[in-house]
Each structure stands twice: as C-alpha cells, then as structure tokens.
Design a protein around this ligand. Structure first.
Ligand code: MN
Length: 256
C-alpha cells in the first residue's frame, strides 16, 4: 500500500510519529512542517488520495516568484502526520524537531492526478501563512523514476506574492501555527507531542493568548509596542491580505 515505505523507515516503538494506517479519504488539507533534521528543511505535504504527498523543501517556501525552491519528493505520509509536532528521537529516521509551520486547504488548478503524474501540479493555498497560486514542477520533464525526484516549488505572480521580501516570512513567523512554540521550545519540551485535533491545543493554550477577534491569530508578545495612531484614509488600502475589519464608532478599522 501507499504507506509501506513510510512504515518501513520508522520504528514506532521509538518515535512518537503516527503509524501509517490505511489511507482514507478526508479532504484537501495541506501542511508545512519545519524539520530540524540532519539538514534543516520544510516538509510540504498535500493531501491526495487519502495520504499526504510530500516534498522536502530545502530552504523553505519563498513568496518571491523568481526564487524557485528545490523540493525533493519523499515518501507518502499518513494523514495523521498533518497534526504532528514534536521531537523525533536522535538516531531514528528523520531524528530532530518538527514544528507545524502552516496548515490549511489546497485547491488544485486543473486535474491534480494528471498534474501529479505529469510533474506539473498547479494549486492555490488557503493556509494560515501561505496563500495564492503555487506550482510544483518536476525537474527533467519526464518521470525520472528515481527514488527521490527533484521538483521545484514556485510562487505564482499574484496578490499573495511578495517579490521584495525574500525570506522575511520564514524569519518573522518562526513559531508553530498550532502551539505558538518556537523550535527551541518544542525541542526542550520533548514529552509534549502535539497531535491534537484543535480542541486539545486550544484548551492547552493560556486564555490570554486566545484571539478575542474572530479570525485574529495570536503570536508571541513583543517586549514593547510603539504606540500608534490610525491614519484616516478615504478608501481601504489595496491588497487582499487584510485580516479583519472592525467597525468602531462610525469608523472602519482595517488591520493585518
Ligand atoms: Mn522531513
């Protein structure tokens, strides 16, 4: 079955990772896991046919369309892996810290099975951090039939692209989307494996960190916040990355 390779590589008496169970249909989730293994990389996983199709993106996703990122195709992972955050013991396969860096839904552009088979998969991400159009393209055109095919992960030119920002997103959002923990916090908290379905994580999170505004996303608190005054404008600013709008005392406040 599709998860044989995944199961063979791992000793489930030693790793807290989920055992690969029979693939089952669930939806169209995607997840990105920052993985501090032998080499730091970001595992990019798209749900397809009841498993997570997986690529190890060596330098992480880039919002700069001209920056093509090497994405090494790796074995299918079970859907349960999409909730995994914790520490794979040293000496085990993929030993190191795993952080849930992004998650959400993906939407194929065209037939995803055809695209996957032909080595050109176009899709739209609806994540907490990544949005807009993306392409995964296999290098060398035809199916290389190598154990580990090299693909490229490329951001499409659209409103979600940030041609001038380089790696700012990876640096600024360097904490878990699920538990808000940094890599160091996950590593030093090795008994606390996150495998929840949301409710567990919310209950564990201190009340003060929970968003008070629907759609607002909590992050680490800064040491000091410079007082700011809203600027009054005649029309909303351009761009679709505004998180929420607050109507207040006859004014519309836009924030991101
Ligand atoms: Mn990995």
């Amino acid at each position: 079955m599709a998860l044989d390779t995944y199961n063979k590589k791992r000793d489930f008496t030693r790793t807290p990772e989920p055992k690969g169970a029979t693939a089952r249909k669930r939806g169209n989730s995607f997840v990105i896991q920052k993985h501090d293994a032998t080499r730091l990389h970001y595992d990019f996983r798209l749900e397809m046919d009841g498993v997570l199709k997986s690529w190890a993106v060596t330098r992480g996703p880039s919002l700069v369309p001209s920056e093509k990122r090497l994405a090494v195709h790796v074995e299918d992972h079970p859907l349960d892996y999409g909730d995994f955050e914790g520490v794979i013991p040293h000496g085990e396969y993929g030993g190191g810290t795993v952080m849930l860096w992004d998650r959400g839904r993906w939407e194929p552009v065209g037939d995803p099975h055809e695209g996957y088979a032909q080595g050109k998969l176009k899709f739209v991400l609806h994540g907490e951090r990544l949005h807009g159009g993306w392409t995964l393209v296999r290098m060398g055109g035809k199916a290389a039939r190598e154990k580990r095919e090299n693909w490229l992960l490329i951001k499409e030119r659209d409103d979600a692209a940030r041609p001038d920002e380089g790696t700012a997103l990876l640096e600024q959002q360097d904490f878990s989307v699920a538990t808000r923990r940094t890599m160091d916090q996950i590593a030093s908290d090795r008994d606390r494996v996150h495998r929840s379905k949301g409710a567990e994580a919310a209950a564990r999170r201190p009340a003060a960190e929970r968003p008070a505004i629907p759609g607002a996303k909590p992050g680490p608190l800064p040491d000091f916040v410079t007082p700011q005054q809203p600027t009054r404008v005649a029309a909303p600013p351009k761009g679709d990355d505004w998180l929420h709008e607050i109507k207040f005392d006859g004014y519309r406040l836009l924030a991101r």
